[in-house]
Write a protein that binds this ligand. Structure first.
Ligand code: ADP
Ligand code: MG
Length: 212
């Protein structure tokens, strides 16, 4: 077994089986560097260019922390746009296909409110959304984050460029203080370090070939 085989990781057997079936034999560099730390429960800042495999890095972390028998929101993944949120939700569902009855819900701006509120009332294990809409639901107490264990910021650089800093801070104020926070980004501007300093606990910084 090579050093970058997923089988070296302490993953649930159903996740290893799905990775095998997907033909994911070797971890990408950002996965190989970040997953051992993520699976140990630590906060991680992962920087890698587009296509480096960041979704599976945080996705496997989210799915490892998840207890599907508890039908409560256990992970919140924020993305800058609806297209990215839909893609992440689809990728997470694919990675989770060996875990039965898992519910992944997307919450994006631009979608009609009524059906979204209805879906929230039915419950979910994992929420994937854009910051404005997620905050809107939180402020109206439509999301309960009491059992949140994993908070993910995907494409954090783009979320900050789009002016979501205040929404992110407000969302964090609704999350439990004890949680794992994972932040992924294509670039690492000073603003990322600044947000990490106040929302993360001793994050490990993993950088693979920058896209700058
Ligand atoms: P990023 O978010 O870093 O831009 P993605 O997570 O979207 O990148 O991954 C890019 C592509 O690589 C996707 O099509 C994904 O399915 C594929 N991929 C990710 N990890 C692996 C892997 N270990 N082996 C093979 N393909 C992978
Ligand atoms: Mg990505």
């Amino acid at each position: 077994m090579s050093q970058t085989s997923f089988a070296t990781l302490p993953l649930k057997p159903e996740l290893i089986a799905t990775l095998d079936a997907l033909g994911y034999t070797q971890m990408t560099p950002i996965q190989a560097l970040s997953l051992p730390i993520i699976l140990a429960g630590q906060d991680v800042i992962g920087q890698g260019k587009t296509g480096s495999g960041k979704t599976a890095a945080f996705g496997l972390g989210v799915l490892s922390n998840l207890d599907v028998a508890r039908f409560r929101v256990q992970a919140l993944i924020l993305c800058p746009t609806r297209e990215l949120a839909d893609q992440v939700a689809s990728d997470i569902r694919t990675l989770a296909r060996g875990i039965h009855n898992i519910k992944v819900l997307t919450l994006c701006g631009g979608s009609p409110m009524g059906p979204q509120i209805g879906s929230l009332e039915h419950g979910a294990h994992i929420l994937v959304g854009t910051p404005g809409r997620v905050l809107d639901h939180l402020e109206k107490s439509r999301i309960d984050l009491t059992e949140l264990n994993t908070f993910v910021l995907d494409e954090a650089d783009r979320m900050l460029e789009m002016g979501f800093q205040e929404a992110l801070d407000a969302i964090v104020s609704h999350a439990p203080a004890i949680r794992q926070t994972l932040l992924f980004s294509a670039t690492f501007p000073p603003k990322i370090q600044a947000i990490a300093d106040h929302i993360m606990q001793k994050p490990q910084l993993i950088q693979v070939e920058s896209s700058d």
